[in-house]
Design a protein around this ligand. Structure first.
Ligand code: AMP
Ligand code: GLY
Length: 417
C-alpha cells in the first residue's frame, strides 16, 4: 500500500497549502491534486483548473483520476454541497455535508443549536429590520457585537464601541446588503483571550488537535477592521491542559453530539473559535473546516501521518495523533488595502532566501516570478523551541521578502511573549 494513494485537495489558500505539505510527508500518498490551487501550491501539487463550487467537475475529476481521498478546504465548497455529492458517488471525502456545515454558514443555526444543548456562548437576538435592530441596540450596552448571518469571509462581524459605529454596521448589512440578503445577529460582548480549537470529528467521535491563536484585526495592537486572520501561533500557553480538556468536554464533544442528535452528523473538521471568559470557555463562532491561518501553524507540528489520521476519522476508528513540542509562529503578508480593496500583480522578491516554511495564500505566476493575487498573499512561518525563539526566527525571514504592495503585523504572538 506504500505510495499508492491519490488525493484531491479542494481550495486555493494557505490552509490548503499546509494540508498538501502535510499530506506530501505521508509514505502512503502517491499524487496530490489541488483544485484550483495557486502559484505556490503548484510547487507541491498538480493544480487543476476547477473552481471549488464546480461540483460536477470535481466529482468527475475524482472518478476519472481514481482519487482515494478528497479533502475540502473552503466553506464555499461545503455550502455548495461538494461533500454530499462525493458521498453520493461513493467517493471518500473529508468535509461535512451541506446541512452539517450550517454550523458555520448560518450563525442563527449555530446559536439555536448551542441554546438547545446548553453549549456556552454569548446571549443574542436576531433581526431583519434595520429600525428594530437599532432600537434594540440603543437600549443595550457598548461594546456590542453585530454579525451578518451568512458567509462573509470572516468580515461580517463588527464590534461596535458606540451607537455611530453600530448604526454604520447595521446600515451596511441590512440596508445596503453589503454581504447579501441575510439577517443580523446582535450579541453580548464577551471578554477574554480568544483561541482556536480545531477537532476532527466523525459523528460523536472527536479527535482534538493542538490549539492555536489567530489575530483577526488588520493592524498591530488589535486595531483596524476584522480580517480572515493576519497571523497565528501554536501552542497556546495561556490555555492549560485542564482548560483544554474542559473546552473539549463542555463545548466540542457536546456540539458533535448535538449535530448527531439533530440528524446532521458531522464528518470533517469542526473549528471552535473560543474565548476564555471569567466563567470559563465560551463559543464565539464555529467553522465547518480548517481555520486559515491556524492550519498553517498547527499541521507543521503534527508528527503522525495525516493520511492515516484522515482515514481513521472517516472510518470512525481510534487515532491518537503525535505532536512535536516545537512552537510555530506564522505571519500573514497581505495586500495594502486588505480587507478593503487592493491592487493585484506586484512582483514578490526574495522568497527563495526564506528558511522557514512559506504557505501561499494568494499568489499567481511561475516559479521564481510570484505576483500578488489576493487579499492575503503569503503566510511565513518559523519554528523554535519556544514561542520567543519562533518569533525571532519569523521576524528574520519576513525581512527577506520584498514587495511594495504588501504589509504585515509586527506583533503576532506578542501578547504572550
Ligand atoms: P467571528 O467571525 O464570529 O469569529 O468574529 C470575529 C471576531 O469578532 C472574533 O474573533 C472576536 O474577536 C470578535 N467577536 C465576535 N463575537 C464576539 C463577542 N460575542 N464578544 C466579543 N468579541 C466578539
Ligand atoms: N482564522 C479564522 C478562520 O479560519 O475563520
Amino acid at each position: 500500500m506504500e505510495n499508492s494513494k491519490n488525493i484531491l485537495v479542494v481550495g486555493s489558500g494557505g490552509r490548503e497549502h499546509a494540508i498538501i505539505k502535510s499530506l506530501a510527508k505521508s509514505p502512503k500518498v502517491n499524487k496530490i491534486f489541488c483544485a484550483p490551487g495557486n502559484a505556490g501550491i503548484a510547487q507541491d501539487a498538480q493544480c487543476v483548473p476547477l473552481q471549488v463550487e464546480d461540483i460536477e467537475g470535481l466529482v468527475n475529476f475524482a472518478q476519472r483520476n481514481h482519487i482515494d481521498l478528497t479533502v475540502i478546504g473552503p466553506e464555499a465548497a461545503l455550502v455548495a454541497g461538494l461533500s454530499d455529492a462525493m458521498k453520493n458517488y461513493g467517493l471518500k471525502v473529508f468535509g461535512p455535508t451541506k446541512s452539517a456545515a450550517r454550523i458555520e454558514s448560518s450563525k442563527e443555526f449555530a446559536k439555536l443549536l448551542m441554546e438547545k444543548y446548553g453549549i456556552p456562548t454569548a446571549s443574542y437576538k436576531t433581526f431583519e429590520d434595520f429600525d428594530k435592530a437599532l432600537e434594540y441596540i440603543k437600549k443595550g450596552k457598548f461594546p456590542t457585537v453585530i454579525k451578518y448571518d451568512g458567509l462573509a469571509a470572516g468580515k461580517g462581524v463588527v464590534v461596535a464601541k458606540n451607537l455611530e459605529e453600530a448604526e454604520v454596521a447595521l446600515a451596511d448589512m441590512l440596508k445596503n446588503k453589503k454581504f447579501g440578503n441575510d439577517k443580523v445577529i446582535i450579541e453580548e460582548f464577551l471578554q477574554g483571550p480568544e483561541f482556536s480549537f480545531m477537532c476532527m470529528v466523525n459523528g460523536e467521535k472527536v479527535y482534538p488537535l493542538e490549539l492555536a491563536q489567530d489575530h483577526k484585526r488588520a493592524y498591530d495592537g488589535d486595531q483596524g477592521p476584522n480580517t480572515g486572520g493576519m497571523g497565528a501561533y501554536s501552542p497556546v500557553p495561556f490555555i492549560s491542559p485542564e482548560m483544554k480538556e474542559r473546552a473539549l468536554e463542555e463545548i466540542m464533544k457536546p456540539t458533535a453530539k448535538a449535530l448527531l442528535e439533530e440528524n446532521v452528523p458531522f464528518c470533517g473538521l469542526l473549528y471552535g473559535g473560543l474565548i476564555l471568559t471569567d466563567e470559563g470557555p465560551k463559543v464565539i463562532e464555529f467553522n465547518a473546516r480548517f481555520g486559515d491561518p491556524e492550519t498553517e501553524v498547527v499541521l507543521p507540528r503534527l508528527e503522525s501521518d495525516i493520511y492515516d489520521f484522515f482515514t481513521a476519522v472517516i472510518d470512525g476508528k481510534d487515532f491518537i495523533p503525535q505532536w512535536s513540542h516545537d512552537a510555530v509562529i506564522g505571519v500573514v503578508l497581505a495586500s495594502k488595502g486588505y480587507p478593503g480593496s487592493y491592487k493585484k500583480g506586484a512582483e514578490i522578491k526574495g522568497l527563495e532566501n526564506v528558511k522557514g516554511e512559506i504557505f501561499h495564500m494568494g499568489t499567481s505566476g511561475q516559479k521564481g516570478d510570484f505576483r500578488v493575487n489576493g487579499g492575503r498573499v503569503l503566510m511565513v512561518t518559523a519554528h523554535g523551541d519556544d514561542l520567543p525563539e519562533a518569533n525571532l526566527n519569523v521576524r528574520k525571514e519576513i525581512e527577506k521578502i520584498k514587495c511594495e504592495d504588501l504589509f504585515h503585523r509586527n506583533d503576532i504572538g506578542k501578547a504572550i511573549l
